[in-house]
Ligand binder design. Structure first.
Ligand code: ATP
Length: 334
């Protein structure tokens, strides 16, 4: 169980203008600015839950993960993870958690991956039998057989990320923090990583907190999302509800022939290609229309259109998860 209660963190950042004279001045008089990375944040995450922690750049996601993993001490507020305070009980705490920072490596750069794994076994004092079992499972599920003897620096990004995830799980943690685990991965590697995370959550009931800008990760993995912006928790709820609230638009794509395309209230033309003179003669065309379903249902749009034109082909799609998130960020002005 993770309980975060009214947590705050402010960074003091040195600022100066460019130029040699400014650099010289800064030797004697430094100017500082305060950045409020976490502003009174609170949330609770139950055992076995998978939560997407989202927000724009600089929102405070990594700072939260750093506090939860014991790397950073907050200025005030409480945090209890399985009954421990991460920054106070660091040694016991790290046995309970696995952390993957997509942009940083926990593997030793110049040695084969298996050597890094063995070092981690010694650091975490993982019993030999458990280590062997976990290693075998992770090597199979993450398909590491061919790369485990290669030095980390010679691995591709996708190969390294699979090794990073394995490294974070060797000691069977009950909680996994994933900070942008699919950043820079190709489609095949992304899907492999997502499937693996789903699998360990299902089989081992591992609690997963995932920060990402990849909304397909969120859609594939989590039901609950927590939105952070400018250090504040702005929303905490079901992904499905968020889609309903912010995704009230449908896109209608039509191939048609007939006279002029006329729209009514609740319909907006996104794109329109047509042949012929659209004022007088029969035209054939392709149009994409955005429908505000709060104003007019899709069925009515189709009947309005088909009264005027001959619909040859038609497809309807909802707002993509990215569009929903753009709406969400707009709404909260972040
Ligand atoms: N060590 C630090 N020193 C000074 N400022 C910091 C430090 N770490 C983070 N910050 C600032 O705190 C704010 C939150 O940063 P954080 O890295 O948590 O954001 P984020 O949501 O993870 O962003 P991104 O999506 O870009 O990774 C930013 O304004 C950042 O500049």
């Amino acid at each position: 169980m993770i309980v975060v209660d009214h947590m705050n963190k402010t960074f003091k950042v040195a600022r100066r203008n460019s130029g040699i004279s400014e650099a010289f001045k800064a030797l004697f008089h430094k100017e500082y600015e305060y950045v409020r990375a976490l502003n009174d944040i609170s949330f609770t995450i139950a055992d076995g839950e998978m939560v997407g922690y989202i927000g724009p750049n600089g929102a405070g996601k990594s700072s939260t993960i750093k506090v939860l993993s014991g790397i950073l001490t907050p200025d005030s507020g409480e945090c209890s993870i399985n009954g421990r305070t991460p920054w106070k009980n660091r040694i016991e705490h790290v046995r309970d958690i696995g952390v993957v920072f997509g942009q940083r490596s926990q593997l030793w750069w110049d040695v084969p991956v298996i050597d890094s794994f063995e070092l981690l076994r010694d650091i975490y004092k993982i019993p030999e039998v458990r280590y062997k079992q976990n290693l075998e499972e992770l090597v199979t599920l993450l398909n590491l057989q061919m790369i485990i003897k290669t030095p980390t620096r010679q691995l591709s990004l996708g190969q390294r990320m699979r090794c990073e995830i394995a490294a974070s799980l060797l000691h069977s943690p009950s909680i996994l923090f994933l900070d942008e685990p699919t950043i820079g991965l190709d489609a095949v590697s992304k899907i492999a990583v997502r499937n693996f995370i789903l699998d360990i959550n299902k089989r081992h009931k591992t609690t997963v907190i995932l920060t990402t800008h990849d909304m397909q990760d969120i859609e594939a993995l989590t039901k609950r999302i927590i939105l952070i912006g400018k250090g504040k928790i702005l929303m905490d709820g079901e992904l499905g509800d968020m889609k309903k609230q912010f995704g009230g638009y449908k896109k209608l794509s039509i191939e048609y022939s007939g006279k002029r395309l006329e729209l009514c209230e609740g319909m907006k033309l996104i794109s329109h290609d047509f042949s012929g003179d659209d004022k007088e003669s029969i035209v054939t065309g392709h149009a994409v229309i955005e429908i505000n379903t709060d104003v007019i249902p899709v069925s009515e749009v189709i009947s309005v259109l088909s009264a005027r034109i001959d619909l040859k082909d038609i497809s309807v799609s909802g707002s993509s998860i990215d569009e929903v998130v753009v709406e969400l960020y707009k709404q909260y002005k972040i």
